[in-house]
Design a protein around this ligand. Sequence first.
Ligand SMILES: [Mn+2]
Length: 240
Amino acid sequence: MTIRIISDLHLDEKNPALCRAFFIYLDNLPKDTQSLYILGDFFEAWVGDDDDLPFHDDIRQRLKQLTDSGITLFFQHGNRDFLVGELFAKQTGCTLLPEAYVLYTGTQKIAILHGDSLCIDDVEYQQFRAQMRNPDVQKMLLSQTLDERRALAQSLRDNSKEANSNKAENIMDINQAELEKVMRQLDVQILIHGHTHRPQKHQFNIDDKACERIVLGDWGKTGWEIVLDDNQISLNEFKL
Ligand SMILES: [Mn+2]
């Protein structure tokens, strides 16, 4: 049985081809797939579970079909879809995971997270992140009408800096000391994340123990996944 992990699809109604490619990916999941983990920024923007865009309905339905077929679906929030909530989870059959989560494969203990929390050198972003993760702020946002929330999301994206924020060169990379602190806290030697759009396997030592950080890529012309299979961890790129 295998576990598959994906991140940073940035699904957007302006790019229906990418969404179709994701559905084809789901259609072709190998039969031994036990569970699928999405590590955030699955949506380019999510203004609340009450969102009624047909584009989002299609995605909810396709995810429900996936979980009905017996594949367990886990969802972590990214900085774009931090408002995904329990209603979405109920409608799709997925389980929402905390910001940092440790999964066990039988032989391995692996931490997964979106990754933006590790980018502590970007002080301005971390302040924005703290605000957006504040339950009171989220409650205030969700109390606005859908139109108001959509306008707010649009204005954030129109902001010139924000408009380019899906590009790796505009995302500050993780801080190695923060990474090591988190890995010590979680007591793991392997950590997987997305967010930075810099797919790569990194090897290093913590307290003389061999450790690994594996970074998923974002989806565009190609897709990325990590496959956990017994003792093996592979980072795969594929054409969409
Ligand atoms: Mn992100």
